[in-house]
Each structure stands twice: as C-alpha cells, then as structure tokens.
Design a protein. Structure first.
Length: 82
C-alpha cells in the first residue's frame, strides 16, 4: 500500500481521488456519492419526503378524529403518547 486514499461512491462503487468529487447524504447513516449518483439519491429523497408528508397528514387527521371521539366519551385530558 502506498498510503493513497480513494473515495468510493456508495451508489455505483466507482472510486474518486478526492473528497471534493464526492457528495455526502444522510443524517444518521452518512454516505458518499459521485456526481452522477447524487442526482438519483436527491430524486429518491424528494420522493421519500413527499410520501412522508402525505402519510403524516393522514396520521394527524386520524389522530385528531380519535382525540375528538375519546373526548366525547368522557376523557378530557388525553396523554400525548404511551
């Protein structure tokens, strides 16, 4: 080994010579992607965020309905979690 550092794209597996050629994505599980792959990763993240937004709206509406129904059954102060 000559001590050379290579950065591997975690999308396609191609190697890059400098960190400047890589793009980091992720909050907990951070990953490095090349310029080609980061475009697809960003597209995936946008789709995932849209799905999350859609699901959270339904969840909030259903939770509000459940809260309303239980209030009318005599429980006035419901906890926020279990």
């Amino acid at each position: 080994m000559d001590g050379t550092v290579a950065y591997i794209c975690q999308g396609c597996g191609e190697m890059r010579a400098t960190i400047g050629e890589m793009h980091e994505r992720g909050f907990v599980n951070k990953r490095l992607y090349c310029a080609k792959c980061v475009k697809l990763v960003d597209e995936y993240l946008a789709v995932r965020d849209a799905i999350h937004t859609e699901v959270s709206k339904v969840w909030e509406e259903d939770l509000a309905t459940a809260h309303f129904e239980f209030n009318h059954r005599g429980i006035k102060n419901l906890p926020d979690g279990g």
